[in-house]
Design a protein. Structure first.
Length: 176
């Protein structure tokens, strides 16, 4: 089922989400299926459960090609429950980011360049990976949602927050 995506201003986006207590349940599988359907319908690169009003530590991300980020390299589609993220070194990169909960806007956001992340898939199988580039960025963005953080809260210079069509008048970035 496709759910409405909460937009910035909704206090539920600023809550800290709770850990999932039991893996492999029909409820968890149904949540992830709904998140996937909702993300695909919005052409998102990722989605976190609190964005559909469910305060649980579940994120999904990944795409072969994404019309919201036409230049991004592919990221393996992943469903991850109770993710833990560890920076691998202090280096950061700043790049443009958007969010389905902040429609129409893009901002320059600093993120760790290299991370390790771990967690479980909905069946309970362990996931542990290292990531760089856009993959590392999207994981950090989605995990931030679980702690009630939206990307503008990570920005250093809010002059670099703007409307996509103003910032990139010639780009073929498809917003919802
Ligand atoms: Ni987001």
């Amino acid at each position: 089922m496709i759910h409405p995506i909460l937009r910035m201003g909704d206090p539920r986006l600023f809550q800290r989400s709770q850990a999932v207590q039991q893996l492999g349940t029909p409820e968890l599988k149904a949540l992830v299926a709904d998140m996937r359907e909702t993300m695909l319908a919005a052409s998102g690169a990722g989605l976190a459960a609190p964005q559909i009003g469910v305060p649980l530590r579940v994120v999904i991300f990944g795409f072969e090609h994404n019309q919201r980020y036409p230049d991004a390299e592919p990221v393996l589609y992943t469903e991850i429950v109770n993710p833990i993220l560890t920076p691998l070194g202090p280096e950061t990169d700043e790049d443009w980011e958007g969010c389905l909960s902040v429609p129409g806007l893009r901002g320059r956001v600093p993120r760790y360049s290299r991370i390790r992340y771990s967690g479980f898939d909905p069946e309970g199988r362990a996931i542990e990976r290292e990531a760089t580039g856009f993959h590392a960025r999207v994981v950090q963005h989605e995990c931030d949602h679980l702690d009630g953080i939206l990307y503008p809260m990570r920005m250093r210079d809010l002059r670099l927050l703007g409307f996509s069509d103003v910032l990139f008048p010639d780009a073929e970035i498809v917003e919802e």
